[in-house]
Design a protein around this ligand. Structure first.
Ligand code: CP
Length: 312
């Protein structure tokens, strides 16, 4: 389905076949980036811009590494050191960058739907690197790619997403992606951090995690997004941690081979204990490694190449 799309804005623009093609392309790039020479000439001559209006460690760096490993020219744009500081709008900024003949513009912004707004007005391929509370589709693709490496099928697998669901674009993209792949998705967190529409997304909703953790195959712990909180979200951090932190006791009650994930950055001791984040069931750093392979696959496929061309 992605072949009909210019941009990556929402996971809902993809179907299972498209996600599987992204995974098979990422499998091939993952093999390439284990080599001493990690670089391929696939995107030589293409120009990519990382247009980030919000801070990022993982997404921005992994898109930069992915673009460079594909031999594209990649420029990092930082809003804080640009003419945005003089009042230039996001559309004027993007139009000016596109006037320099860009092929792909990767955008992170704190306003939901801002990336779609740009995609509808630009001719470059626009990739959503996180828009407000809305979606973070490339994070969901790297999370599910990480799980795809460990299981034969998503059908019937139980996934629990825990924490600050309301402010989490990662939760929304993962719910969509996991459901397209056939998983059985639940969410858990404080009622004050649960969006009103959550049941419309086809998930089971829990307010206590101890009753559901033992039956789960995969658990995605979310960062509490303090910077997006306003007013009363929960009484205090200690109470949040006592009810929702994935601590050693809770982890011990999970299935022996359950997989623990977190998109990062981690608030250690609030949503997950350090011993669990760094423990044997955690794949948190594996998610980051896979982020490069998945983003290479996306840059490659959305530049008009097919996974078939990779195998040839
Ligand atoms: N997971 C994620 O989006 O991390 P960054 O904010 O560091 O990009």
């Amino acid at each position: 389905m992605y072949k009909e799309k210019k941009d990556i804005i929402s996971i809902l623009d993809l179907d299972r076949e498209a996600i599987r093609e992204i995974f098979s392309t990422a499998d091939a790039f993952k093999e390439i980036i284990q080599r001493d020479n990690k670089k391929v000439p696939a995107l030589r001559g293409k120009t990519i811009i990382n247009l980030f209006y919000e801070p990022s460690t993982r997404t921005k760096s992994s898109f930069e590494i992915a673009g460079k490993r594909l031999s594209a020219d990649l420029i990092n744009f930082s809003a804080s050191t640009s003419a945005v500081k003089k009042g230039e709008s996001i559309l004027d900024t993007a139009n000016n960058l596109e006037a320099m003949k860009t092929d792909i513009i990767i955008v992170r912004h704190n306003q939901s739907q801002s990336v779609r707004y740009l995609a509808e007005r630009l001719t470059s391929c626009v990739i959503n690197a996180g828009d407000g509370y809305n979606e973070h589709p490339t994070q969901a693709l790297l999370d599910t790619f990480t799980l795809h490496e460990m299981v034969d099928t998503f059908e019937g697998k139980k996934v629990l997403i825990v924490g600050d669901i309301f402010h989490s674009r990662v939760a929304k993209s993962n719910i969509h992606c996991l459901k397209i792949l056939g998983a059985d998705v639940s969410v858990a967190g404080p009622p004050t951090l649960m969006p009103m529409y959550i049941e419309d997304l086809g998930v089971d909703v829990h307010y206590r995690i101890d009753e559901v953790l033992p039956s789960q195959d995969f658990v995605i712990m979310l960062r509490v997004q303090f910077e997006r909180h306003s007013g009363f979200n929960f009484p205090n951090v200690r109470e949040y941690a006592s009810l929702y932190c994935l601590n050693r006791k809770r982890a011990a009650a999970m299935k022996k081979d359950a997989i623990i994930m977190h998109p990062g950055p981690v608030n250690r001791g609030i949503e997950i204990e350090p011993e669990v984040a760094d423990g044997k069931n955690s794949v948190i750093l594996g998610q980051v490694t896979n982020g490069v392979a998945v983003r290479m696959a996306l840059l490659y496929l959305y530049s008009g190449f097919s996974s078939k061309a990779m195998k040839e």
